[in-house]
Write a protein that binds this ligand. Structure first.
Ligand code: PLP
Length: 499
């Protein structure tokens, strides 16, 4: 059938905006820009621009009249792309050691690019057939390393680890308080107040999720950490007991598999046994570290994972795909259906069939959801697990070597033996003693280094005192680059101390 074509000029411009050839030509020019960007392996941190200046630069790129369709301007698009690329964290540079954003496998961009054009929101099979099948396949692949019963477990993708944590806590609450969804807070009236136990170093998204659920801050039971900054198993049972005497009922315990600040792994097997004895749901926030499961060398750090109730796993961190791509696993698939208990005739079918069986809309918060599994599943299909395992092993080994380097430097203190790819340390020349001075110095060093723009690192408070933190996400980094970073820290530290 031939398409009717309007001769109106506005319709002509409308057609131009959707023109496949224009799309191809400009995609090619964008790819050229990205190739140049990826090939630049110079040592760079962040080029931090003042927001007002960046706003002016961005405003200058906006077409003056948006009340009519503007003719396509290739130069304007090119300038927007250049500014976008230039102002990001250069995750592919060896200077980038700062945060948990992946240096992504560039080919994931090819898949994401296709996702943006074919637009298949993935909460429902009928809208996104391959993504839903890919989710099932990927869940099975990754569960080989978790070890849940393959016939019972379930997995759902969510837009980020924070949302996965919230979803898991909801499922836990609805499991332990089946009337809560319908009756709200009155379901627990007159009973001990629901509480959640967390490792003292838990990611803020967990306490935020608790807040969303109406669990107040004083209903969060903080479990103390041992010297390795893992939940201390000697103290945990006593702290839970003490919570009970405060008329709190801990229904869920959240452990970390790779804490944000130090990458520490809580003792999952022991915690699972404790949780089972006390009828507590054990959720593991493995946003950072669950990916270590795919490596034969690292897997033991999550020993006992097969016994937990739910697990958050961010593929956009240590599986090196673009954000967001989070997988939320439940050991018991039926309980994974429990986070949301709703009817909606326009989407949730009353009579499920082989197609709607694959819908995830009832298990995830989002209605429209990016088909985020596609880059991960495609890379896994094309390259295999070993690609991820090799990169993870490299990054963990590199971090262990960096730790040794810090240990050998008399003016630096390593704060822990790294369990993954995160290392915290302080610059502390011997003439500096007081904790408050040490704190201020680390903060000032981090800020100056960020401004200088050669390296990008982060900071975190450890036991109340600031520490410098590197997160090795990029396999282009060598131990030599880390030595260069220490030299820069030392130079900046001396300047700050001696004027
Ligand atoms: C341990 C941990 N949990 C949760 C999150 C939050 O994940 P997201 O940024 O994907 O929402 C992070 C992010 O840094 C994290 O490190």
């Amino acid at each position: 059938m031939t398409q009717p074509r309007s001769e109106e000029p506005a319709a002509g411009l409308l057609l131009e905006a959707f023109d496949p050839q224009l799309f191809r030509e400009n995609s090619e020019s964008a790819l050229g820009r990205l190739e140049k960007h990826l090939s630049d392996l110079s040592i760079r941190g962040l080029e931090l621009i003042r927001p007002a200046a960046l706003t002016r630069a961005a405003q200058a790129l906006m077409a003056p009249d948006s009340d009519q369709v503007n003719p396509f301007d290739e130069e304007r698009l090119g300038a927007i792309l250049d500014l976008y690329i230039r102002t990001g964290i250069p995750v592919h540079s060896p200077g980038y050691m700062g945060r948990q954003f992946s240096g992504v496998v560039p080919l994931s961009g090819v898949v994401d690019f296709v996702s943006s054009v074919v637009n298949q929101p993935s909460s429902f099979y009928e809208a996104a057939q391959l993504p839903n099948v890919a989710e099932q396949l990927m869940a099975g692949e990754l569960n080989r390393f978790i070890g849940f019963d393959p016939d019972r477990f379930t997995m759902v993708t969510t837009s980020g680890g924070s949302l996965a944590n919230l979803t898991a806590l909801l499922a836990a609450r609805n499991d332990k308080y089946p009337d809560y969804w319908a009756e709200g807070g009155s379901a627990v009236a007159g009973r001990p107040r629901p509480a959640i136990a967390v490792g003292a170093d838990v990611h803020y998204s967990v306490s935020r999720a608790a807040g969303v659920l109406g669990i107040g801050e004083d209903q969060l039971v903080k479990l103390p950490l041992n010297d390795a900054k893992q939940i201390c198993m000697e103290q945990a049972p006593h702290v839970l007991q003490a919570a009970e005497s405060r008329k709190l009922k801990v229904f869920c315990l959240v452990a970390s598999a790779g804490s944000t600040s130090l990458g520490a792994f809580d003792p999952l097997g022991e915690l699972a046994d404790l949780a089972r004895r006390k009828d507590i749901w054990l959720h593991v926030d493995g946003a950072h570290g669950a990916s270590l499961l795919v490596s034969d060398k690292q897997r033991a750090k999550l020993k006992g994972i097969e016994k937990v109730d739910s697990l958050t796993w961010d593929a956009h961190k240590m599986l090196f795909v673009p954000a967001p791509c989070t997988l939320l696993f439940y050991r018991n698939g039926e309980k994974g259906q429990g986070a949301f208990r709703q009817q909606a005739s326009y989407v949730f079918d009353e009579e499920p069939d082989i197609y709607t069986d694959l819908d995830s809309g009832s298990k995830n918060f989002e209605c429209t959801k990016r088909p985020m599994i596609m880059p991960l599943w495609t890379l896994w299909s094309v390259f295999g697990r070993a690609l991820f395992a090799e990169k993870i092993d490299y990054l963990c080994d590199l971090t262990a070597q960096a730790h040794q380097v810090v240990e050998q430097e008399p003016d630096f203190d390593a704060l822990h033996r790294p369990e993954s790819n995160i290392l915290c340390f302080r610059y502390r020349p011997s003439d500096l003693i007081r904790a408050d001075e040490t704190h201020r110095l680390q903060v000032a060093i981090r800020n100056r280094i960020k401004r200088q723009g050669n390296f990008f690192l982060s900071k975190v408070n450890v036991d109340g005192v600031a520490a410098l933190r590197v997160v090795m996400m990029n396999h282009q980094i060598t131990v030599e680059h880390f030595r260069m970073l220490l030299n820069e820290i030392r130079k900046v530290g001396e300047e700050l101390l001696h004027g």
